[in-house]
Design a protein around this ligand. Structure first.
Ligand code: ADP
Ligand code: MG
Length: 266
């Protein structure tokens, strides 16, 4: 469903310095499966996710989402989004429409109610009728157990509730792939649990998902595949049994040991 082929991305750090963040990413997230992305802080996990929905434009390599492919060339100039006369921008927006993103800090629209947050994209971007969008939004709120709060504003909700709404909002766009960037990192354990419960339901429904997480227990439990990102490369990829097994490179076992409660110390 999602392929990254030799994707590279650097950031400018002043006039003469560039920081290579994604050195050479080769990655595949299969349809209907959940892939967890783990690795140390600064490894490039967020940047990789942002490249998949083109919030960041890779310098080089190719990206394929839901059968649509874009190739990148560092010599190509990308005008800012919104200048619709560039065909390239349309290509980017088209591809982005196949993805739904859930951020660590929720990023709901503060001046819209829960229901309006979910309906906004389908109505404005996908041109669904308000009636249709509303019906789907209500069904999604039921799925994330937030029906009672449909007319509330985000600021009146707990972090866990906001994140569940954010998940419903992402689903509202009927994406082919859901991207989660540390969806529970800002939450207390109790609130984390209610969000993980929703994500678990999505896993069971065979959605295609890529989840950046520091919760290795959760990754081990729900992911079909785990990619270990280190220093801008997918250093290791495998099933949870393989990743948590003993035959992994030392940097993987060290990372797991450092990140984990006692029961995951290898
Ligand atoms: P992770 O999510 O694995 O912690 P990130 O992808 O957020 O890692 O960041 C990887 C590196 O890229 C970090 O050193 C970070 O400072 C740098 N970086 C990320 N985004 C930008 C940006 N927009 N501009 C400059 N540097 C960035
Ligand atoms: Mg990150």
């Amino acid at each position: 469903m999602v392929y990254l082929n030799a994707v590279k991305k650097s950031f400018k750090q002043g006039p003469h310095k560039t920081l290579p963040v994604l050195r050479n990413i080769n990655f595949h997230a299969p349809r209907g499966k959940t892939t967890a992305l783990i690795g140390p802080s600064g490894a490039g996990k967020s940047t990789m996710l942002r490249c998949i929905n083109l919030l960041e434009i890779p310098d080089e390599g190719a990206l394929r989402v839901a059968g649509k492919e874009i190739r990148f060339d560092k010599n190509e100039k990308y005008p800012p989004l919104g200048k619709s006369h560039f065909i390239r921008q349309k290509e980017i927006l088209d591809l982005r429409r196949h993805t739904g993103m859930v951020f660590q800090n929720f990023q709901l629209f503060p001046h819209k109610t829960v229901l309006e947050n979910i309906m906004e994209g389908p109505v404005l971007v996908k041109k669904e009728s308000p009636r249709e969008a509303r019906a789907f939004a209500l069904a999604l709120l039921e799925k994330v157990e937030m029906s009672e709060k449909k007319d509330s504003y985000p600021s009146t909700l707990s972090g866990g509730q906001q994140q569940r709404v954010a998940i419903a909002r992402a689903l509202g766009m009927r994406p082919d792939v859901l991207l989660f960037d540390e969806p529970t990192s800002a939450l207390d354990p109790e609130l984390e649990r209610e969000v993980l419960k929703v994500i678990r339901t999505l896993v069971e429904e065979n959605n295609t998902m890529i989840i950046v997480t520091h919760n290795l227990l959760f990754a081990r439990e729900v992911a079909d595949f785990i990619a270990f990102l280190d220093d801008g490369e997918v250093a290791t990829y495998g099933t949870p049994a393989e990743i948590f097994g003993r035959a992994m490179p030392k940097r993987v076992t060290d990372f797991i040991a450092a990140m984990s409660p006692e029961d995951y110390t290898i």
